[in-house]
Every structure is written in C-alpha cells, then in structure tokens.
Design a protein around this ligand. Structure first.
Ligand code: PLP
Length: 371
C-alpha cells in the first residue's frame, strides 16, 4: 500500500515523549537494568526505526521485534544494539539470523535437535544468540518445566555456533489488579531459574505492565506499550507516574456544506439530518484503520466534539459541524485540540478492543510525521 503524502491525513509522532517515557521508567528500575524497547509491528504503528532511535536517546540498550524481517529493518537502518526476536524462528533462517546478529527464542527441544543437525555443516559469521523461553502460564511458546530447560542448556552446549544469551518468560495478567495468577507465573519462573546450572547474560520477565506495577526479575525489561505513552491496562490500573502519549492522528476538512433537513448522509442512508445541518468531509476511512464501527464516535474540530455521521467509507468520513467551518480546518481524530482530547483508549473503547490494536491498525497509507 502506498503512503499517501498528498493529502492532509497524517499521524504525528512525538519522539521526545518516547525518549522521556523511557527515561521515566529507567529512573524507577534498579540501576543497570537493560531496557529493550519493543518496536514490533512497526513500533506499534508509530514507525519502528524512528521509535528505535528515540528510544536510544531515552536510554534503551536493545530492542525486541516479532519477526526476522523487523529485525533486519532495524539493522539496515544502522541500529547496532542487541535485537531480540520474540516469535519462533524457522530453522531455515539460521544463516540470516547470524548474518544480521539477531537474537531469538528457543522454545522446544525438537527445534534445538534439528538445529544441531543443520549446523553440523554450517559456517556462520556470528554466533547464534539464543534466549530460552519459559512458558510459565501464558500457554503460547516456551518450555514447560526445569527439566526441559536444563536439557536445552545441555543441548546448546554441544552446538559450537550457539551462544546462550538469555532466559525469559512472559506474564499473562501483569496488567490486572488481581495478582494471584501473576504470582503463580512468577513462582514458576523463579523455580526454573533456581534449578539452572548457571545463568546467561540476560534474565527477563517484564513487559510494560510488570515494570510499572510489579518488581521485575532479572536484569532486562521488554518495554513496549508504555514507551508510546499508553497505559498497558487501558484504564484498569492507575499508572504510577505520567505516561505521555506520543501519537496524534489529524486531518483537515476537505468539504463543508449545509444540507437541508431530511438529507441522507453516507452509504445506506443510515443518518438523516433532523434539521438543516453543516456537514464536513474528512479524508480518512476504514482503509486507513479508521474503522466502520467508529460511526457515532467523535472527532475534534476547533476544540469541539463533532459526531461522525453516516457510515465510515473506505477513504472518507462525514462529520456534523456545530456551525460553518472553513475547508482546511484541522480535524483531530486522536490527540488534543483546543481544551479537549480524544485518546487512543477512548477509540479502543468505542471499537470494543485495546489501544494496542488501534495503534497497530493505523494503515501504512497514513504518513507518519516526526516531531
Ligand atoms: N514481551 C513479549 C514476549 C511480548 O509479546 C510483548 C508484547 O506483546 C512485550 C514484551 C511488550 O509488551 P507491552 O507492550 O505490554 O509492554
């Protein structure tokens, strides 16, 4: 999809907010803790490379991505810090992982056994840096017990091209008020750590929620959503210190017209004016990630909430204006405008989802502008 730069719709990303959000959490963590900025999914829709560089300014010492390609994008942009892939990697790509010096998780003994066979005949430019993943209750990827983890350590020792760099787990409920399940997972991880023959360079269990509301185990946090200034819990838990949202989504009025009473707006004639009304058209639609379920939600123009009336189209929405406004007037879909604000969390609530999904869903058609 081509990025549409010749239209007023854009996401504005505040890179100093990102750096500051990282500085703030580092101040709360024990000195020397590594912060790996999680910039998967194009930096949660904010732009991975720009976010990564801002994160370095804030004190990030490494990065997490979801896929090999996301890691390569960072390397090719000049990032030299450690990069950890979080998802399972295919054994077919061992050479690529080595070439780009990308660390990756190993989650099964079968994977290691296969890798050992493949590597018998492979010369690699860099050692393969492995983080063993422990499934303590997320049920996604990882070893289920100490026995399997220690067998993995043993297998790795026999593979000269492999370096055991880390061990980690991931919590399922660190963003919830009820801590019982978190404690169960934590205990399971501690048991695995106690039974290791020795520890690798990095031990980590923290996403943003763990870093904000719990005591991280180990020496590294994988800090994602909160670096973008978003509360990992939505609004279930109060953030212990201010998080500054980095993303604004803006556009402009491209047409303004007064239509008579009883006039249909949009596909399906789902909105009919109840009196003569001023209707503004804004060039953003579901192909930009501004989904059809946002009909009835608001945007901000001249500091005033204006309802999205009629169906959201693929590329345009119509809004009801309180009075005549000029073509070219700024429209804020996410962010502050005048004395009012629309947050990603509010958009997520309207869409019955989480802000993570909304941010990731702003499509590549929308240009990202960095300030
Ligand atoms: N660690 C792992 C394994 C993840 O999958 C994620 C995100 O999905 C993160 C860390 C970052 O989580 P958050 O964005 O909630 O900080």
């Amino acid at each position: 999809m081509v990025t549409s730069i010749h239209r007023p719709t854009k996401a504005i990303i505040n890179l100093s907010a990102i750096a500051q959000n990282i500085k703030n959490v580092l101040q709360q963590l024990p000195k020397g803790t590594n912060l790996f900025a999680v910039v998967k999914a194009d930096g949660y829709g904010h732009g991975a490379v720009a976010v990564a560089n801002a994160a370095i300014k804030g004190g990030a010492t490494g990065f997490c991505v979801a896929t090999i390609d996301e890691g390569i994008e960072l390397r090719e942009s000049g990032i030299t810090q450690p990069i950890l892939i979080l998802g399972v990697v295919d054994i077919a790509y061992l050479h690529l992982l080595s070439e780009y010096d990308l660390s990756f998780p190993v989650a099964t003994l079968a994977w290691l056994e296969k890798a050992a066979l493949v590597l018998q005949a492979e010369q690699l430019p860099h050692p393969l840096k492995v983080h063993l993943k422990v499934d303590t209750g997320m049920g996604r990827i990882g070893f289920l017990n100490s026995e399997a983890v220690n067998q993995a350590v043993h297998l790795m020792e026999a593979i000269p091209q492999m370096q055991w760099e880390g061990i980690f787990t991931h919590f399922a409920t660190a963003d919830q008020a009820d801590k019982d399940y978190y404690e169960i997972q934590k205990k399971r991880f501690l048991t695995v750590l106690e039974q290791l023959p020795y520890q690798p360079l990095f031990v980590h269990d923290s996403n943003s929620a763990t870093a904000l509301w719990h005591e991280p185990i180990g020496n590294l946090v994988r800090y994602g959503i909160a670096l973008y200034g978003l509360n990992p819990s939505g609004k279930a838990l109060v953030e212990p210190y201010e998080l500054t949202a980095a993303l604004e989504l803006v556009s402009e009025l491209v047409q303004v017209k007064q239509v008579p009473k009883g006039y249909g707006i949009g596909y399906g004639e789902t909105y009919i004016t109840s009196k003569s009304e001023w209707i503004g058209t804004v060039p953003i639609g579901y192909a930009d990630g501004w989904l059809r379920k946002l009909q009835g939600f608001n945007v901000l123009v001249n500091g005033k909430f204006c309802e999205i009336v009629g169906r959201v189209c693929m590329d345009q929405i119509m809004i009801r204006l309180p009075y005549e406004m000029s073509v070219g007037t700024k429209v804020t879909l996410i962010g502050k405008n005048g004395n009012n604000e629309i947050t990603l969390q509010q958009v997520a609530e309207k869409l019955e989802t989480i802000h993570y999904e909304v941010a990731c869903g702003i499509s590549p058609r929308v240009p990202r502008e960095y300030i």
